[in-house]
Each structure stands twice: as C-alpha cells, then as structure tokens.
Design a protein around this ligand. Structure first.
Ligand code: XLS
Ligand code: NI
Ligand code: NI
Length: 438
C-alpha cells in the first residue's frame, strides 16, 4: 500500500506563534495539564462518514472534493482505499480512535446478506490495521436513516419487517464495534420522530424504540460488549419532531424504560444549539445526571437552522465544554469530529487543516478551562452564591427539617426579604475574558 497524502508530513506541535499551517498551534499531546497528558484529556476520533465519505454534495450541487483515494467509487477496492486513507490520516495527526456507521465502510448491497459479507471482508482489513497501529474504534453505529426503508424511522417504523432490518443492522454493527475494540455504541435517532400526529401513534413508536434498544443491550452484553450505549439527542432534521429532542428528554426516556444503567449520552454541539440550548447546557444536564458519555465535536451556525457540522472554532465554547468535562471527571467516550469541511475546502490539505483547527480549538479550550478552575474565582462565586442555604433556615430546608407552613410563618414575620446577592454576570464574564486573553 502506497502513501496517499504524499504532500502531508506527520503533524507535529509547533506552538502558538508557528506559521506553518501543517503544525499544531496548541495541541501538544505530551503536555501535562491538571496532572494528565493532553492526549489523555482529549481522546479524539475521526468520523469515517465525513472525512472519508462526504465530498461536498449539498441540496443544490454535486461533489466538489475527490474522495476516490485512487479507486473507483462504489467498489470494495474503494472501501479498502478509504481504510488506507483513514489510517494514514489518523496516524499523521496522532488520532487514536475512529467512529463509523456500517454503511460508511462498504457500499450497501440490495440484499443484506451480501452487505454483511462485504462488512466481514472490510472488517478483516480494518482489524489488520488496528493490530498494526493501535488505533481503535471510539464508537460504532448503524445507519438507520439513509435507506428508503427507514422513511418512517427504524424503531419508530410502522413496518414490523423494517424493524427486523433495523435489528439486523444493529446486530452487525455491534459485532463490528466489539471487533474494533469500540468504547461505545451510538443510537442517533435519525428518523425516530414524526411529521404529523394525524398519522402517528407517538406512544407506540416510543415504546418500540425502547424495545429495540433493550434488545441491542441484551445482544451486546452476550457478545462481550462492556462499553456504554449512547443516545445522541437531536431535536429535528431530518424529521420535524425527533423523540430524542435534547439531553433532558433523552434522560427521561432512558429512565422511563429502565435503560439508564446501560446508556449514557453522546452530546453533539450543533444538536444542542438546534434545540435552543448552549452546548454547555446539554453537557451540564448530562453531567449532573451521571450521563455524560461522549461528545460529537463540531459547531453550528446560529444564523442557520440546520446541522452545519462545522469544525470547532469558537474557543469560548470549547473552553466551557472542557470546563464541564474536567468537572465531570473526563469522558468514558471521547471527542468525535462529527464535522465536515466547507464545500469550497475540497483538497486533501483542507482535510488536515480542518482537523488541526478542531484539535487546536479543543486543546486551547482545555488549557483555558484548566486556568479557570485553577483561578478559582468562578467556582468560588457559584459556591458562595448559595451560602444562605448553609446555615439557619436555609440549612433546615436542605436537610428537610421544615415545612411549608413554617416557612410561610417565617416569611410573614419578616414582612419583606432583602434582595438576593447580585448575580454579577458582567464581572464574571470579564474574569473569563481576562483568562482567555492572558
Ligand atoms: C447527524 C448525526 C450523526 C450521528 C451518527 O446529525 O450527528 O452524524 O452522529 O449517526
Ligand atoms: Ni453526530
Ligand atoms: Ni449531527
């Protein structure tokens, strides 16, 4: 196998002032931050579908990038060329994980038996690369949204036969995930939702999704999958209403159906913002519920209402993300770049520039989040803000030693409370800026 990205060297750390576009400015894998190497804080993953598949096609135009990697598209030679390109790409960037859908790996055949045979063939090829490089799978998943049979969803489909095909794809994708050493298995409910209640039994669809997930857990545990299952919430797109709207909704669903012991969440930045939240909000909701598992690292455009899957650039967001991750004690999963280059960034260099941007944005976010934590003013402020609950009546409330009537009596005796302490948002934001730009 010959080198594919011949004009790209191994990407090394160059430092913030370095002008070489093929060097990291902030990601220095060996650098120790809060007692851990950067590379351990940041288990990055390459998304097979965007990096090796997406070639710039949008609703209005065809491919701009050439992702043939020297082979004819739609063939097993091309599937293998993608493996070669992917592993070379990851090695050159020092990325240790990848994420995949079943049909990212091979061209899908009409008959599922043939698709599975192709998957076995490519799995042997990938397993050999894994053995040689030590690069592993972060998570796998089944694409249960592209094929026309999933027009009404997979778990939420109206057809029991289609439900069987969803089960078959999940079973195979779990086999592959285990074979590739995967840490997790993702359910993104691509079409698990609806367009109109005039034709939809919402309760039944949700129950069926839970049935499919329960069967997946049962099967996964019998084949030795010890990692986490993840739901990846998203409020809409492609469906108008998607059942896993956001972190809070997904957590409620998992608890309702008793799946919370086996599942955590995979939070995607762009999905959180589509749900009308900040990325940090959905990370916090996950973390305080013990459900923060993995992250799909990208960013959206707040002026656009869809999943633009841009490479992470906004360092305020990566900083607040890393602040949440550090406080949660790290991830059991990692940071998957569910991101694609813009349509006019169509060269191989652009693929590398994009990952350098994303990795640097998270490295910088890590450094700044560590600085915020070490500085202590933000954490101290939040802690002190609730001081009235540490003593007197506040303590009695927290410890459950009082009643509504007692509190009402106390309020009446006071007549009128003092205003709460100021929230000081602007002061706190200026602290963040002074840390960000020092
Ligand atoms: C789409 C999702 C998808 C999942 C994997 O919006 O982000 O790419 O991550 O199916
Ligand atoms: Ni995603
Ligand atoms: Ni997405």
């Amino acid at each position: 196998m010959s080198e594919i990205f011949t004009n790209i060297p191994k990407i090394e750390f160059g430092g913030a002032d370095c002008r070489d576009p093929l060097k990291f400015k902030f990601y220095d894998p060996e650098r120790v931050v809060l007692g851990k190497k950067m590379s351990e804080h940041l288990p990055f993953a390459m998304a097979w579908w965007h990096n090796l598949g997406a070639a710039g096609t949008d609703m209005f135009g065809r491919d701009t990038a050439d992702k043939s990697f020297g082979a004819e598209k739609g063939t097993m030679e091309h599937a293998k060329a993608k493996v070669d390109a992917g592993f070379e790409f990851m090695q050159k960037l020092g990325i240790r994980y990848f994420c995949f859908h079943d049909v990212d790996l091979v061209p899908e055949a009409d008959d599922i038996k043939e698709t599975n045979r192709r998957l076995d063939e490519i799995a042997n090829y990938i397993a050999a690369k894994i053995a040689r490089t030590g690069i592993k799978c972060l998570w796998g998943t089944a694409n249960l949204f592209s094929n026309p049979r999933y027009m009404n969803g997979a778990g939420s489909t109206t057809s029991a036969d289609v439900f069987c095909f969803a089960a078959a794809q999940i079973k195979k994708a779990l086999d592959l995930t285990v074979r590739f050493g995967g840490r997790g298995y993702v359910f993104w409910g691509g079409r698990e939702g609806y367009e109109t209640l005039l034709n939809t039994n919402m309760k039944f669809e949700e129950e069926n999704i839970a049935r499919l997930m329960r069967m997946a857990v049962e099967y996964g545990r019998t084949i030795g999958f010890t990692g986490d299952f993840y739901i990846e919430p998203k409020p809409k797109e492609p469906m108008k209403h998607q059942y896993d709207f956001d972190a809070a909704t997904a957590i409620g669903f998992l608890r309702k159906y008793g799946l919370d012991g086996d599942f955590k969440l995979n939070i995607e930045a762009n999905h959180a913002t589509l749900a009308g939240h900040t990325f940090q909000h959905d990370l916090r909701v996950s973390a305080i519920n013990g459900m923060l598992g993995s992250i799909d690292a990208n960013q959206g455009d707040l002026l656009l209402g869809w999943d633009t899957d841009e490479f992470p650039f906004n360092v305020y967001d990566t900083t607040m993300c890393m602040y949440e991750v550090i406080k949660a004690g790290g991830l059991t999963g990692g940071f998957n770049f569910d991101s694609k280059t813009r349509r006019s960034s169509y060269t191989a260099e652009d693929m590398f520039y994009a990952y350098i941007l994303g990795m640097d944005s998270f490295a910088l976010g890590l450094l700044k989040a560590a600085a915020i934590i070490e500085d202590g003013r933000i954490d101290g402020f939040v802690r002190d803000r609730y001081a009235s609950f540490s003593e007197g009546i506040g303590k009695a409330i927290v410890e459950g030693r009082t009643t509504l009537a007692e509190l009402a009596e106390r309020a009446e005796a006071m007549g009128k409370p003092e205003l709460p302490e100021p929230g000081r948002q602007e002061y706190l934001q200026s602290i963040i800026n002074s840390i960000m730009f020092s």
